[in-house]
Design a protein around this ligand. Structure first.
Ligand code: PNW
Length: 487
């Protein structure tokens, strides 16, 4: 039992669940096969190659569309005693090519996931399924502007899609995540245009996209809750990404307030409607409103929820799904962009990693293990002590790096130790931990230039051979200390 001795604070509870994760566009490939529809990430990588650091795409990625066997093999080898689940996402356009169910279902796509789920269960691995990990059907973007749509059409399309998934897979899938990191979709996809669909609207579109995502999430939750929960007996929730933030100086009240604003604008934006009041954080409503006034903007950049919608939002997550990688230092900052107000300037808080923190291959990712413990405590206090599943945590290396990933072993060791402290010392209700990622894959705008995997993937080999890194055996031994297999 090699893993025990590294932990200062004892053992993980027997009931702790361990898993690994991926997402459809990042691993599947088969982008136009067997009737799959085009997604916004297909379109974005094909038309705007200059936006991807190595000009690549997910056309073939890890070729998981043809290699379920290979994926099952490495997940299984990782199992140790208790790497009990695999978190993956469904590609909406693979299942419903245009995104709208009345246009028809793509049976080979449906079968692909049936097969994957069956294979996982046959190997005693529980599926944890994300319904939306950023690959919106392109047709929905073209016809309705995707998540910008405020007419209700996109909410309805998502509701129909999720209903189909619950009906089709819910006999076997007991753990559902509606959205992965809506913050990234809103800000990078519809705000600053760094991610698909590349829509630039940093002071308005960013808020509209988030608004329809929250409403779509609530609809999906209620569909599951009202129609499927009783018979299928699963759980459903949302995954939010959050950097921990520290005030640059703790002696300056302005810095402390700025870091609180930053948390409200990032996690609070989604967590306050879903886990607390049903509405956006007060400081967001206040700041966005004030800044609109300054610019003589009279409409709501931050849309308003009706009273009925607030009720529908409230309490719509059985757990808090947390993706966490890094921390930032925050200072207050006030500036008024000439182009108009933006999500960034609305916050009056600016932040970045600290140059003294150990880096990674990703410019935004500094290694700050203690940040995860502080964040977990903050979530516990702010959102009423929810059950928390860490649905992603991990670190990147460069394309040229290989199997001796000591940096990753170290990262996992230190972060997971802080998670254990949060459980043992701070009584935070963390029930599971998921390593990002099962294997190297298409890292969005960074293409294949950053490797996050426990397994190394040879992207020049048509077989896409997967080879375990040092971190894979470390993670295996760690998870071997528990006995529980289900999230
Ligand atoms: C998450 N940032 O994305 C995603 O859920 C994964 O698909 C992704 O591969 C992983 O983290 C690693 O990046 C993020 O710029 C993308 O701060 C970008 C950022 C954070 C998370």
């Amino acid at each position: 039992e090699p893993s025990h001795e590294i932990f200062y604070y004892g053992d993980f509870p027997n009931t702790f669940a361990w898993g690994t994760t991926s997402s459809a566009y990042q691993i599947e490939g088969g982008w136009n096969e067997d009737g799959k529809g085009v997604s916004i990430w297909d379109e974005f990588t094909h038309k705007l190659q200059s936006q991807i650091s190595d000009g690549s795409s997910g056309n073939a990625a890890c070729d998981s569309y043809h290699r379920i066997d290979q994926d099952i093999k490495i997940i299984k080898e990782l199992r140790g005693i208790s790497v009990g689940y695999y978190r993956f996402s469904l590609s909406w356009p693979r299942i419903i090519p245009t995104g709208e169910i009345n246009d028809g279902i793509n049976q080979p796509g449906v079968d692909y996931y049936n097969n994957l789920i069956d294979e996982l269960l046959a190997n005693n691995i529980q599926p944890m399924v994300t319904l939306y990990h950023w690959d919106l059907p392109q047709a929905l973007q073209d016809k309705y502007e995707g998540w910008l749509d405020q007419s209700g059409i996109i909410v309805k399309a998502f509701a129909d899609y999720t209903d189909f998934c619950f009906k089709t897979y819910g006999d076997r899938v007991k753990f559902w995540i509606t959205f992965n990191e809506p913050f990234i979709t809103a800000q990078l996809g519809y705000g600053v245009a760094a991610f698909a669909p590349g829509h630039y609207s940093p002071g308005e579109g960013v808020y509209y996209a988030a608004h329809s995502i929250i409403k779509s999430h609530a609809q999906a939750y209620h569909i599951y809750n009202n129609t499927y929960r009783e018979s299928q007996k699963g759980q459903i929730g949302i995954t939010l990404n959050t950097n921990w933030v520290e005030p640059m100086t703790t002696t300056d009240l302005d810095h402390i307030e700025a870091s609180q604003r930053s948390l409200a604008f990032s996690t609070g934006w989604f967590a306050e409607p879903i886990f607390n009041s049903g509405d956006y954080p007060d400081v967001m409503i206040w700041n966005v409103g004030n800044r609109s006034e300054y610019y003589n903007i009279t409409y709501d950049r931050l849309p308003k929820f009706t009273e009925e919608e607030k009720e529908l939002n409230k309490g719509t997550s059985d757990f808090f799904g947390l993706n966490h990688y890094t921390s930032n230092l925050i200072v207050p900052c006030s500036y008024y962009p000439e182009e108009g107000p933006t999500y960034d300037s609305d916050q009056e808080a600016c932040g970045d990693g600290c140059a003294e923190w150990p880096p990674s291959a990703s410019s935004w990712l500094y290694q700050v293990p203690w940040g995860i413990r502080k964040l977990l405590i903050w979530i516990k206090r702010t959102y009423g002590d929810p059950v928390i599943y860490i649905t992603e945590n991990g670190i990147s290396e460069h394309f040229s790096d290989g199997l001796d990933d000591d940096i990753r072993v170290n990262y996992y060791k230190n972060y997971i130790d802080e998670v254990l402290k949060a459980i043992k010392e701070d009584d935070v209700n963390v029930k599971g931990y998921t390593a990002w990622s099962l294997m190297d894959n298409f890292e969005w705008a960074e293409g294949y230039s950053e490797r996050f995997g426990l397994h190394w993937v040879n992207f020049t080999d048509p077989e896409r051979t997967r080879i375990p890194k040092k971190s894979a055996s470390y993670y295996r031994s760690l998870a071997g200390s528990g006995t529980y297999v289900r999230p």
